[in-house]
Design a protein around this ligand. Structure first.
Ligand code: ADP
Ligand code: MG
Length: 269
């Protein structure tokens, strides 16, 4: 089981789009996937085909300790993955948790219980966490629960500037809460090949972060922007679109990276 937090404190960089479409792409390769929506906007919930306003229990109730994951998880019928949904109520968790004990480890604990409750001990191959556009307590909960962070970013002038704040937060979480947290990778999103600046920033990113930059690039593709209004991942809206193909390729890259790592540990590669 691998837990990935999809994080960037900037809004509009493709976190939610990545979360929903990567979940569907991993599920299409028969991986068992849980998407946890940690953004009060609930866009990942809606984008997975779950009506967010009618929900009785959400991830908010899990964080404040009123419900277990088992009690809030739903299935994205089309996407074939599970979803721990969120809606506006989640915004309250930030305030309500401030004076609570172990406020940063709520998500981690709830996930540990979920794994324990499953007789096989391994209910999911991948857990993807969609973070809000802020480095707040909710995001810290995600970073504390995660094995690794995926950072979607747009290749534009200010992209690298925001990255240092995020990297500093990751370092702090590593020092105090989650010593084994890794940066799994940087994902270039909303990429426009004809844009010279984007190309330049993309090259800089690769020079600076090397292997940490996913080879897969997510192009700007209108189908990716349209699919959420039908409540489906792009695979079920236009599977031959560039966007659908890119997210399938990303799923393949993530699966292969993991295999590569296991081989390296065993001294095979
Ligand atoms: P975030 O979660 O980081 O705020 P979103 O995934 O919600 O970002 O994306 C912001 C907006 O851009 C949404 O309207 C989304 O549909 C659109 N979008 C995201 N990725 C792409 C893409 N690769 N091509 C076209 N539109 C995209
Ligand atoms: Mg989002």
């Amino acid at each position: 089981m691998r837990i990935l937090a999809i994080t960037n404190q900037k809004g509009g960089v493709g976190k939610t789009t990545t979360c929903v479409n990567l979940a569907a792409s991993l599920a299409a390769t028969k991986r068992r996937v849980l998407l946890i929506d940690l953004d009060p906007q609930g866009n990942a919930t809606t984008g997975s085909g779950i009506e967010k306003t009618s929900l009785k229990h959400t991830v908010y109730h899990v964080l404040i300790g009123q419900k277990t994951f088992k009690e809030v998880i739903q299935t994205s019928e089309k996407g074939k993955f599970d979803v721990a949904p969120a809606n506006r109520e989640l915004a309250g968790a930030e305030v309500e948790l401030v004076n609570e004990i172990a406020r940063e480890t709520r998500l981690k604990q709830a996930l540990a219980e979920l794994v324990k409750a499953d007789p096989s001990g391994k209910p999911y191959d991948y857990i993807l966490i969609d973070c809000p556009p802020a480095l707040n307590l909710i995001t810290v909960n995600a970073l504390t629960a995660a094995d690794a962070v995926m950072i979607p970013m747009q290749c534009e002038y200010y992209a690298l500037e925001g990255l240092s704040d995020l990297v500093n937060t990751i370092k702090k979480v590593r020092a105090h809460l989650n010593p084994t947290l890794e940066i799994e990778g940087l994902l270039r999103t909303l990429f426009d090949n004809r844009n010279m600046l984007a190309q330049q920033v993309s090259v800089e990113l690769s020079q600076h972060f090397g292997d940490k930059v996913y080879r897969t690039v997510i192009p700007r593709n209108i189908r990716l922007a349209e699919a959420p209004s039908y409540g489906v991942p792009v695979l079920f809206y236009d599977k031959s679109s560039k966007g659908a193909k890119a997210y399938l390729a990303l799923a393949g890259e993530i699966i292969n990276r993991k295999v590569g790592k296991v081989r390296a540990v065993n001294g095979e590669a």
